[in-house]
Design a protein around this ligand. Structure first.
Ligand code: NAP
Length: 308
C-alpha cells in the first residue's frame, strides 16, 4: 500500500519531541504538509491555518492535530468535513460532547478517528493488564506527581479553562487505569486544588469505586520538585503490583518483571495506520469522562497563587 499522505497541525513541543521522529521512522506515512500560526516543519509545505492547507493540498489523506485541546475541535471539524482521517492528541478535546460530535461526523464521513492515549502504549502496560486479568485486584493507588515548572514552562493554555491543569498529566494515568482494570470504576469523591490566580487545578485527589466495592485512589500533584513519581500500585490476590515510571516498568512483589525501551509515539502511529487500513475508529473517551466527573463532583479548594 502507498504511504498515507499525512499533515501535522499545531507545531509545538510535542510535535518536535515525538510526532516528527515517529512519523519519520514509519514507512506507512509520508509527511507532506504542516499548518501552524508560527511553527514550521523544514522540508515540506507550511501553511498558517488548516483551512489554507486543506485547500492548497487536496491530496492530504490524514492529519494529526497537536494544538492545545481548547482549539482542537474546529481543526478536527475542518479535517473531517474534508474527508481526512484524524489523529487527536490527548486529551481529545475540551469537552466530552464535542468529542462525541467528532465521533459522529467521522462515522458519517467514513473516515478513521483516533483519540490517542500515548501512555497506554508505555512498554509495561500490557503486562500489567495481563497480570490484573489473572489476579483479582483488591485496591489500587495512583500517584502522579511532577514539577509543572519543568514540564510545562510558560504554557498559558494549560492553566486556562479547558486546559485541564494537573489533569493534563493526570489523564495519562487515567488512560492506563481505564485500560488495565478488568472492570470499569466511577468517581465517588474528589478534591481539586486551584491556585487562586488560575482557572485549572494544580493538584487533585480522587476516589473511585464500582459495584464490587473496589477502591481506587489517585493523587495528582504538580508541585513536586526533585524525584518525579508516575506510579500505579495494586494490591491483588497474587501479590503487589507496581507499574512504575509512567508505565515503563512492572514490579511484582518488589521484583522487576518487565521492562522495555519506550516507544509510545511509534506505537500510536502504528495504531493510526492500522485503523485507517481497517476502516475503523478508535476513540475511547473514558479517561476524559473521569476528568469531567472530577470537575462535576469535586470539592474545590483555593491554594497559593502560581507564577511560572
Ligand atoms: P504547545 O507547544 O504549547 O502547543 C502546541 C502548538 O499549538 C503551539 O506551538 C502553537 O503553534 C499551537 N497553538 C497554541 N495555542 C493555539 C491556539 N490558541 N490556537 C491554535 N493553535 C495554537 O503544547 P504541547 O506541549 O505541544 O502540547 C500540545 C498537546 O499535546 C496538548 O494537548 C498536550 O496535552 C499534548 N501532549 C503534550 C506532551 C508534552 O510533553 N508536551 C506530551 C504528550 C501530549 P502555533 O503558535 O505555531 O500555532
Amino acid at each position: 500500500m502507498a504511504p498515507i499522505k499525512l499533515a501535522i497541525v499545531g507545531i509545538g513541543k510535542i510535535v518536535r519531541d515525538q510526532h516528527l521522529p515517529a512519523v519519520a521512522g514509519n514507512a506507512d506515512y509520508r509527511l507532506i504538509a504542516a499548518a501552524s500560526r508560527n511553527g514550521v516543519v523544514d522540508g515540506i509545505d507550511n501553511y498558517k491555518s488548516i483551512e489554507e492547507m486543506l485547500a492548497a493540498k487536496p491530496d492530504i489523506e490524514a492529519v494529526s492535530l497537536c494544538m492545545p485541546p481548547q482549539f482542537r475541535y474546529e481543526a478536527a471539524l475542518a479535517a473531517l468535513q474534508a474527508g481526512k482521517h484524524v489523529f487527536l492528541e490527548k486529551p481529545p478535546g475540551a469537552t466530552i460532547s464535542e468529542v462525541q460530535d467528532l465521533q459522529r461526523i467521522a462515522s458519517a464521513k467514513g473516515v478513521s478517528l483516533l483519540a490517542s492515549w500515548h501512555s497506554r502504549y508505555a512498554p509495561a502496560v500490557e503486562a500489567a493488564k495481563s497480570f490484573l486479568a489473572a489476579s483479582p485486584v483488591q485496591s489500587m493507588t495512583v500517584t502522579w506527581k511532577e514539577d509543572v515548572r519543568h514540564w510545562h514552562p510558560n504554557q498559558a493554555w494549560i492553566w486556562e479553562a479547558g486546559g485541564l491543569g494537573v489533569f493534563d498529566p493526570g489523564i495519562n494515568a487515567l488512560s492506563i487505569v481505564t485500560h488495565i482494570l478488568p472492570k470499569p470504576v466511577f468517581l465517588s469523591s474528589a478534591v481539586l486544588e486551584f491556585p487562586e490566580n488560575r482557572d485549572a487545578p494544580i493538584a487533585a485527589s480522587l476516589n473511585f469505586t464500582n459495584a464490587d466495592k473496589l477502591k481506587v485512589e489517585a493523587v495528582f500533584d504538580w508541585r513536586q520538585t526533585g524525584k518525579q513519581t508516575w506510579d500505579i500500585e495494586a494490591v491483588t490476590e497474587q501479590g503487589a503490583m507496581r507499574l512504575a515510571d509512567g508505565g515503563a516498568k512492572l514490579f511484582i512483589d518488589g521484583k522487576l518483571t518487565f521492562e522495555k525501551p519506550e516507544e509510545e509515539y511509534p506505537e500510536l502511529y502504528r495504531r493510526f495506520a492500522e485503523i485507517i487500513k481497517s476502516g475503523v475508529s478508535d476513540a475511547d473517551i473514558s479517561p476524559l469522562t473521569h476528568v469531567a466527573d472530577a470537575f462535576m463532583l469535586g470539592k474545590r479548594k483555593f491554594v497559593e497563587a502560581f507564577h511560572d
